[in-house]
Design a binder for this molecule. Structure first.
Ligand SMILES: [Zn+2]
Length: 472
């Protein structure tokens, strides 16, 4: 029997607004602990939350980019639970009336595209950060005590929940990359996993291929990179298939992936259904985004990265993988399009940008596309090392392609001919020997001609020219 993985994601993204969600503390990352706090985000009695208008606009923007319906009325709820990172004893979140729902994101693939349903995208505040001291690598296991840094508490956080529409580990990885790129290009988050500004959990189950049942799923937590997540998902899929094929049943549980060992020891064997006693936040009025605002924001949405990959394939005749690499960042995608519109062949431009240019580490956003186009056009005419030098310099301010190409242009074939004649005339004895059968002398002639050009000739062309003359 063959099996189909069924994968859903829940993603949390920090918005990079200047201030927190419900108070005026500035957002800060990496500062001394508890230096960005106030009575509101510390949950002192008698304080009142004031919502961050920009965070609301940005959540609507993200919802629009994900093809969501934007609610006419959305409300904040209190999600009650007791934990040291939550000074109020509840988190202000959204529950049954979120800002955005019913969206979808196109995830182009090498063979099939996935269209991933977005169940909802809502706005909430992040909890503070627990720092476990004394254990290994900040983990709770073996820690002597736990400290709380409230700088993060109250950071605007968008939660995105997908439908279980992803059917392979690789598809899940591509979805996450496109989603990350979407928020970065919207300018609403830096979405960096190492900073914790993008975090996600994965739900995984499997079913017999062709069926549409939903079997028991497990939840994978603590993923710290997309590649790692893809590996973790694949292992979990294989594990579940193994259980079913051995006649067993998958148990609902939360698995915690250990980056070093890639093992999945259960954190809790039984999933407790938590009762958060949600109720509407009495200190905040419902949100009613005006239609004009939504329409204005809709106009600000850039082309979604998934759609851009598809367009690159059809407009420039690129393979999927090339289109995907070139769309790895909007700066690279834009540079590619400008280089092509400056006249460079679409295939040649993609080859150079993905290979030699990528190896230089030059920031695509810093490059003058017209100058770079000149360099790429000259690729066949100039020596390899000079070409690479020109690419490496292409990000410098005021970069001038002529400086690399001007005096160093490979001698044109028309200029080579007299040179070749001269070399042959000056070496009559060798010419006679060659014609008598000493073919190995060809290298000698090539060397002579190359020396005359100062090494600036295409050795293949010189070879051919010499052969035509010598064999004539
Ligand atoms: Zn505050």
């Amino acid at each position: 029997m063959s099996w189909q993985p069924v994968i859903g994601l829940e993603i949390h993204i920090h918005l990079k607004t200047r201030t927190k969600m419900f108070c005026r503390c500035e957002l800060a990352y990496g500062l001394d602990a508890n230096t960005r706090t106030c009575p509101i985000c510390l949950g002192h009695p008698g304080t009142l939350p004031v919502p961050n208008a920009r965070a609301i606009e940005w959540t609507i923007k993200l919802g629009l980019a994900l093809g969501c319906e934007i609610a006419d009325r959305a409300i904040f709820h209190r999600k009650n639970y007791f934990y040291p990172d939550l000074p109020k004893g509840y988190q202000i979140s959204q529950y049954d009336e979120p800002l955005c729902r019913h969206g979808r994101l196109l995830v182009p693939g090498p063979e099939v595209d996935a269209e991933v349903g977005i169940v909802r995208a809502h706005l909430e505040e992040d909890a503070a950060k627990n720092v476990h001291v004394g254990g290994a690598a900040g983990r709770i296991h073996g820690a002597g005590r736990t400290l709380v840094d409230f700088n993060r508490g109250g950071t605007p956080l968008v939660e995105i929940v997908t439908r279980p529409d992803l059917h392979s580990a690789d598809e899940a990885r591509r979805f996450l990359q496109l989603l990350r790129q979407t928020v970065v290009e919207l300018g609403i988050s830096d979405a960096e996993m190492e900073k914790g500004s993008l975090r996600f959990d994965v739900n995984v189950s499997v079913r017999p291929a062709g069926s549409d049942e939903l079997r028991t799923r497990t939840e994978l937590k603590n993923m710290n990179s997309f590649a790692f997540a893809a590996r973790g998902i694949q292992r979990e899929v294989d594990r579940q298939i193994g259980i079913y094929e051995a006649g067993g049943e998958v148990e609902q549980e939360t698995l915690h992936f250990d980056p070093d060992h890639e093992l999945a020891p259960p954190l809790r064997s039984k999933e407790e259904a938590q009762d958060y006693r949600y109720f509407p936040e009495p200190d905040l009025v419902p949100l009613a985004p005006p239609r004009q605002l939504v329409e204005r924001l809709r106009k600000e949405i850039p082309e979604p990265p998934g759609a851009r990959i598809r367009r690159f394939e059809s407009q420039y005749g690129l393979r999927f993988y090339d289109a995907e690499v070139l769309n790895g960042s909007v700066a690279l995608a834009e540079l590619y399009e400008r280089v092509v519109s400056a006249g460079v062949d679409a295939k040649a431009a993609s080859n150079v940008l993905m290979n030699e240019f990528a190896r230089t580490g030059v920031e695509p956003g810093a490059v003058d596309a017209v100058e770079l186009a000149k360099v790429i056009e000259a690729r066949a005419r100039i020596p390899r090392d000079r070409f690479n030098e020109a690419l490496a310099g292409s990000g410098d301010p005021g970069f001038d392609a002529e400086r690399y190409l001007g005096d160093g242009l490979v001698v044109e074939t028309s200029e080579l001919e007299p040179l070749v004649e001269r070399v042959l005339a000056a070496n009559e004895k060798e010419v006679a020997a060659y014609r008598a059968g000493k073919r190995g002398l060809l290298g000698f002639f090539v060397g002579q001609v190359m020396r005359e050009t100062g090494g600036n000739a295409d050795a293949r062309v010189v070879n051919e020219l010499l052969r035509t003359k010598l064999d004539a």
